[in-house]
Design a protein around this ligand. Structure first.
Ligand SMILES: Cc1cc2nc3c(=O)[nH]c(=O)nc-3n(C[C@H](O)[C@H](O)[C@H](O)COP(=O)(O)O)c2cc1C
Length: 237
């Protein structure tokens, strides 16, 4: 299995440490674990040109330098681990910047087929508030990408550094992650999209049948999704 961790900061802080705890739970001996750090691995703001949506993602000004590599790593992974601390009640700016670049992958446009067979965990830590909205920032994007199974974990750590997090909270985190890990599907081949994801797919399918953006419609047609094919029937790696 390939596991990709995408970190919303450069810090090996509390959010990262919890992400690593999750990875310890899922990784088997020969699994590949890769990490990306933001903003280092994708430091450019979305310019809002919408070229990715109306023409091609390959024409994004950040495609060759950053997005090509990051996208390949995301597409090749079976399991995605997103971490971000709460920064003023939301994900870090760096995480938002990455998510902005994938607007074209929303199901309303051109979702990537392999997403439907992936699992993802979104993790956040805050000093005290904003975990729910921060998790929502990440989870909603992944949901609209079509990620098959999405899990979330947020915790108030009452600290700005992992070293300052109390032993009691650390023990609770370990227990919570043990529980969360019970929900994960062990074999990547067995991951199927949730009912909610399938419902969204069918709503979007209906819209694409009517036709909105010609490029998006051509994509759905080419995939066969407007006919009998479904993205969860075959896994593209
Ligand atoms: C710029 C900034 C904004 C923050 N905003 C919040 C906030 O809105 N709510 C909160 O509970 N903690 C906030 N914090 C605290 C961090 O979310 C908290 O310490 C977190 O555990 C740090 O995670 P990390 O160690 O993974 O970086 C903020 C920290 C920074 C640096």
């Amino acid at each position: 299995m390939k596991i990709l961790m995408i970190n919303g900061t450069l810090r090996h802080g509390s959010s990262y440490r919890i992400g690593r705890l999750v990875i310890e739970k899922i990784a088997k001996k020969d699994d590949q674990i890769l990490e990306l750090y933001l903003p280092k691995d994708m430091p450019e703001f979305c310019r809002g040109c919408a070229t990715c949506i109306i023409e091609s993602e390959k024409k994004c000004p950040d495609y060759l330098m950053y997005m090509k590599r990051v996208t390949r790593m995301i597409d090749e992974a079976d399991f995605l681990v997103f971490t971000s601390p709460v920064h003023v009640l939301r994900v870090t700016g760096a995480m938002k910047v990455l998510l902005d670049h994938y607007g074209y992958r929303f199901m309303v446009h051109r979702p990537e087929e392999s997403m439907f067979g992936k699992q993802a965990v979104c993790i956040t830590t805050g000093a005290g508030a904003g975990m729910r909205s921060t998790l929502k920032d990440m989870k909603q994007s992944l949901f609209f990408w079509g990620v098959g199974r999405i899990y979330t974990y947020g915790v108030a750590v009452a600290a700005t550094k992992w070293e300052d997090v109390s032993q009691e909270i650390k023990e609770k985190i370990v227990q919570d992650i043990d529980k969360l890990a019970l929900k994960f599907i062990q074999e990547p081949e067995q991951v199927t999209p949730s009912i909610k994801t399938k419902i969204l797919f069918y709503i979007m399918r209906h819209m694409h049948q009517k036709g909105m953006n010609p490029i998006d419609q051509a994509y759905w047609k080419e995939k066969g999704w407007l006919e009998k094919e479904r993205p969860w029937k075959k896994k593209v790696k």
